[in-house]
Write a protein that binds this ligand. Structure first.
Ligand SMILES: Nc1nc2c(ncn2[C@@H]2O[C@H](COP(=O)(O)OP(=O)(O)O)[C@@H](O)[C@H]2O)c(=O)[nH]1
Ligand SMILES: [Mg+2]
Length: 366
């Protein structure tokens, strides 16, 4: 899974990227022309627990790739404009994090001259809408010509889906707000549209006014505005203090915990971002355990046991017989597979079993 970090210049994209990927970019890299990417391990206390118990040779966390996107340029007209390089990178992301600047910093002026959350969000959305409209318009034109020649039903279906999307975009509705049926989503996939991607809005708060436990209050105010403006489906928001997160990432775990307590921050931005990204994308984890390896796997919600087996190995999909399943919480509660079995918490499930977040699974195969 890949998540692209986007936003206006100097909003804190690279700052967020550095804190979540724990990489250090030097100043020459910050003025970069290339996107940075890094794979991070998804922190998971459940996996940590299992690793303590099984003492495996190897522990493997689920992984997400983050990309620090660049290439948004301010045009002479004052509007934002995307470069081709930026667009091609963004198109491959599964979801986007849009960083919105709320911090003041006189040394680094905001590109639009002032702090204004809704204006910045809308600037970005507009560019995305225009980019999608351009792609769809072109395709509609081509399809109409083809249909005249071929009179093909499949093409006609595609045309009707695209016309529907065109109308939404024309009403300035991002496509992620619209609940499109699975087949239509499938059909649209090849266009790599931007407004269809789940979006996490990451508010980079102003730390200069931070006081004891002010984090919660700051966030509430902004969230209220976002809710009133009706940010729609497949859109969520989180808030963080870019400056403080950078400092936190240099602390030891104990120091960081004390520091966060002082400001009423209950969890690091990384953990909250990942949790929100998972829920936006409809993702969840299951575990495999043993002496060799304890591992977290990422799957979509609603995936069945056979599909989950295929995630581990394609052979497991084909040769699937049964899945041994016990939920992580039950395993911890009873302390062993044997005890869990006694209590009826350990089960043999068929291929149609819908895997739950936190299931520990062993695949029986032929
Ligand atoms: N005061 C303050 N400065 C920040 C914050 N986040 C980023 N900056 C600074 O703003 C500048 C631009 O940040 P950067 O992450 O490079 O923005 P990008 O252009 O979106 O990648 C850098 O000098 C950062 O140190 C923040 O939360 N507070
Ligand atoms: Mg940057």
């Amino acid at each position: 899974m890949q998540i692209g970090i986007v936003g206006l210049p100097h909003c804190g994209k690279s700052t967020l990227f550095q804190t979540i990927t724990k990489t250090h970019l030097d100043t020459s890299e910050l003025a970069m022309t290339e996107a940075h990417q890094a794979v991070i391990k998804v922190p998971d206390t459940r996996l940590d627990k299992l690793t303590e118990i099984f003492q495996p040779k190897k522990k493997t966390n689920a992984a997400i790739e983050f990309v620090d996107m660049i290439g948004l340029q301010k045009g002479d007209s004052g509007s934002a404009k995307f470069t081709g390089n930026f667009l091609s990178k963004v198109k491959t992301s599964d979801a986007l994090i849009q960083v919105v600047r709320l911090f003041e910093n006189e040394l680094i002026p905001h590109p639009n001259g002032s702090i204004n959350m809704m204006r910045d969000i809308e600037t970005f959305e507009t560019e995305f809408l225009i980019s999608d409209l351009t792609i769809i318009e072109k395709r509609i034109e081509n399809l109409k010509k083809q249909i005249l020649k071929l009179n093909d039903d499949q093409l006609r279906r595609e045309l009707s889906v695209l016309e529907k999307c065109y109308n939404y975009l024309h009403e300035e509705k991002p496509l992620r707000y619209v609940d499109l049926p699975k087949e239509e989503m499938q059909l649209l996939r090849s266009y790599q549209l931007l407004t269809i991607k789940p979006m996490l809005i990451a508010l980079n708060l102003n730390e200069s006014q931070i006081s004891d436990r002010s984090f919660g209050k700051d966030v509430e105010g902004y969230m209220d505005i976002l809710v009133k403006k009706k940010i729609g489906h497949n859109t969520k928001a989180v808030a963080f203090y870019g400056k403080i997160e950078i400092e936190l990432s240099e602390f030891s775990d104990d120091e960081a915990e004390m520091f966060m307590k002082d400001y009423g921050i209950s969890e690091s931005a990384l953990n909250r971002l990942i949790a929100e990204a998972y829920s936006l994308l409809g993702l969840q984890s299951f575990f495999t355990v043993g002496e060799d390896e304890c591992r977290a796997w990422t799957i979509k919600k609603g995936v069945n046991a056979q599909e989950a087996a295929g995630e581990i190995h394609s052979d497991f999909y084909k040769k699937f017989i049964r899945a041994e399943v016990v939920h992580h919480d039950d395993f911890i509660k009873y302390g062993s597979f044997a005890k869990a079995k006694e209590q009826g918490a350990w089960r043999l499930e068929g291929k149609e079993y819908i895997v739950k977040d936190g299931d520990i699974i062993a695949i029986r195969h032929s």
